[in-house]
Design a protein around this ligand. Structure first.
Ligand code: GLY
Length: 360
């Protein structure tokens, strides 16, 4: 079925999208290299539901298969989890011919990818994302890493996988709230790069929420293609990859001030997009009809459009300490319309206050 190629110079790989593909994950792995041992670093809750498919497939091909389970949630995206994963690999004496599989959502993929990037200075890595958010965003493009008390994703590396394997059937057990969070990133992609995708999501939302498989596969293919084309042009986020941070400057400030885990990342991004549109409208960059259309779609998805936020002062301070800040000014990705964005440096206090107030 679907296969999207990611052509990053020196790191070409395929994203395979196919219902039931987990039962053949060994075949997909073997097409990317010769490996002697396999290690699955999995989200323990997801592993209980679907892990046997992965493990049975790998045992057909690999004489050594070890599994390390990680607790779920952003709070576990830490160096302690990374150390536990190293122990799994070291205790099994896996060498450089091993391949590491992630099996879970974005937290799992980012952590497992960082482990693969650093174990014995780097072993092969295959991403098996199991949330919509990880499928359309974090599993593609090679960002890996963990959070530290000083901030989110401050320790990590760019480390491209050998392949991404997506079985949309696993979305049937994904909680609705998580599905909606993934849809926030789909809306983000449409706003950045593809107004026809935006209209398509508006039209197909009932089928998407009903998990109709052909529609889900098309949703995955269209979104992953957008992400792939961006990271191919700018692997290390020197330019247009920053567009993918639409809604994130506001969103990270919401997450940081609420305390990680209180609000889901996709929910914070949805709120952040609404605030970014509000700021763009007040700066005269974007028309208010586009802003209203985006707010309506976010609301129809079931994502929050209002929130119990910290004071503006705390939110603006949190934005200023975001790592995507360059020099002294905070950089914002702002929409010009649905399908095109631009980056601006700095915004005056009154406009920022109005953007935050639009979420109350
Ligand atoms: N999630 C944004 C990026 O991969 O750059």
């Amino acid at each position: 079925m679907g296969c999207i190629s990611v052509a990053i110079p020196g790191h070409e790989y395929d994203v395979h999208i196919e219902p039931g593909i987990l039962a053949r994950i060994d075949e997909v792995a073997l097409r990317t290299g010769k490996y002697r041992g396999a290690c699955v670093l999995a989200d323990e809750a997801v592993y209980k539901l679907h892990g046997s498919k992965v493990e049975n497939a790998l045992r057909k091909t690999f004489s050594q298969v070890v599994v390390g389970l990680q607790p779920q949630g952003e709070a576990n995206k830490t160096l302690d989890t990374v150390r536990n994963c190293y122990d799994v690999l070291l205790n099994a004496r896996l060498d450089r011919d091993a391949v590491v599989f992630s099996f879970g959502g974005g937290v799992n993929g980012d952590t497992a990818g960082f482990v693969a990037a650093t174990y014995l200075r780097g072993v092969a890595f295959i991403q098996c994302p199991t949330t919509l958010l990880a499928m359309v965003d974090s599993s593609v493009g090679g960002k890996t890493g963990v959070n530290v008390p000083q901030g989110k994703n401050l320790i990590g590396s760019f480390y491209q996988p050998k392949a991404v394997v997506i079985d949309p059937e696993v979305l049937r057990t994904l909680p609705r709230r998580e599905l909606c969070c993934g849809l926030a990133e789909c809306v983000k992609h449409a706003v950045i790069a593809d107004d026809s995708l935006f209209s398509w999501i508006e039209a197909k939302l009932p089928q998407i929420l009903a998990l109709e498989m052909p529609v889900l596969v098309e949703l995955l293919e269209r979104n992953i293609a957008i992400k792939a084309r961006i990271v191919e042009q700018d692997e290390k986020e020197q330019g247009i990859r920053a567009y993918l941070n639409l809604g994130h400057t506001f969103g990270h400030a919401i997450e940081a001030t609420a305390g990680y885990g209180v609000i889901e990342h996709g929910e914070a991004v949805a709120l952040g997009m609404i605030a970014a549109f509000e700021l763009a409208v007040s700066l005269g960059i974007c028309g208010c009809e586009a802003a209203e259309r985006v707010r309506r779609l976010i609301e129809r998805i079931g994502l929050p459009v209002k929130a119990d936020l910290a004071a503006n002062e705390a939110l603006i301070a949190a934005m200023a300490s975001d790592k995507k800040r360059k020099d002294s000014a905070v950089r914002f990705v702002l929409p010009e319309r649905i399908g095109a964005v631009r980056i601006i440096s700095g915004a005056e206090r009154g406009s920022l206050n109005a953007a935050w107030d639009s979420l109350r």
